[in-house]
Design a protein around this ligand. Structure first.
Ligand code: BJW
Length: 247
């Protein structure tokens, strides 16, 4: 197997997707065939889906909260923690996962691009209440309301058609810019992601355009696999612990 050198000149930007949590027992979107209760997830997890049937949306997220609370990080998560300890500020983890497993494993420099399953916020854009931690598994038939304005609460998740937090995107971009400006070796590694959902799927092209090196660790060839210079096929929980050579 190839090895990825992580030395004092390396700046490592990691992107993770659902596949990294698969070995912890969290179902991937592809694994569910993109369906939940026979409905396309894209229709449930969308502003339109919430407007049409908030009960169904909260049933979906309550079920996932219950499932994700019982799982533990796997050796793939642990390997990323070790890499971060080695590289310090020359490491950034951008995750599309909302399950919180990277932080539970010990990762600190984390950007949760698609939000967090255990955070809720008010659905009223004019409400001043900030997003807040919320581990409640709401009983079926319940839609929680905002204590401040009475509107419906919603999960703090980036649904299809919604914009990602611009601060998150800036943090990722600034990391790459800083790496290049410092004359360091910029490396981008994507793991466990189908490469189908943007803007995450476009990160590989941005890094290549900036002169960075690109690695993919995935169970199968993702939609954008041909954009990567290195492809290590396998389970992230088995590949990542062996891939990094920390010097
Ligand atoms: C393993 C493994 C193991 C298994 N080890 N590997 C440009 C072009 C075209 C469209 C767009 C575009 N820019 C924006 C869009 C629209 C849209 C989009 O991308 N659509 C595509 C479907 C084409 N994007 C958006 O709407 C985004 N917003 C945005 O860009 O705003 C501006 C804008 C809006 C509208 C138009 C244009 C611009 C928001 C995207 C938010 C995504 N949110 C979701 C749902 C959240 C719901 C929830 O979690 O409850 O986030 S979608 C879903 O997909 C979830 C995931 O984070 C995301 C990525 O999935 P991921 O992680 O890749 O998982 P899987 O299951 O798909 O794949 C798992 C992979 O792992 C597989 O390859 C397996 O083989 C592998 N694997 N086990 C290693 N053990």
């Amino acid at each position: 197997m190839e090895t990825l050198l992580l030395d004092s000149n390396t700046w490592l930007l990691v992107l993770t997707g659902a596949g990294v949590s698969a070995e912890s027992g969290v179902p991937t979107f592809r694994g569910m065939n993109g369906l939940w209760e026979d409905q396309p997830v894209t229709e449930v997890a969308s502003p339109q889906g919430f407007a049409k049937d908030p009960l169904r949306v909260w049933r979906f997220y309550s079920q996932r909260r219950a499932g994700a609370a019982d799982v533990s990080p796997n050796p793939g998560h642990d390997a990323l923690v070790a890499w971060e300890r080695h590289l310090g500020d020359r490491f950034l983890l951008a995750t599309q996962n909302v399950d919180g497993l990277h932080r539970r494993a010990g990762s600190q420099r984390v950007v949760e691009m698609h939000g967090n399953l255990f955070t809720s916020r008010c659905s009223n854009p004019d409400c001043t209440r900030a997003p807040f931690p919320d581990t409640t598994v709401y009983a079926s038939g319940t839609v929680p309301g905002c204590k401040e304005c009475g509107a419906l609460l919603r999960p703090h998740i980036v649904w299809f058609g919604e914009h990602l937090d611009p601060d998150d995107l800036t943090r990722i971009e600034s990391f790459a810019v800083k790496a290049v400006r410092s004359g360091g070796r910029l490396v981008f590694l994507a793991a466990g992601t189908s490469g189908a959902v943007y803007p995450a799927a476009g990160m590989v092209d941005n890094v290549r355009a900036a002169g960075g090196e690109t690695w993919l660790v995935n169970l199968d060839a993702s939609e954008n696999a041909s954009s990567f210079e290195h492809f290590v096929q396998g389970k992230s929980g088995e590949v990542l612990p062996k891939l990094g050579r920390l010097v």
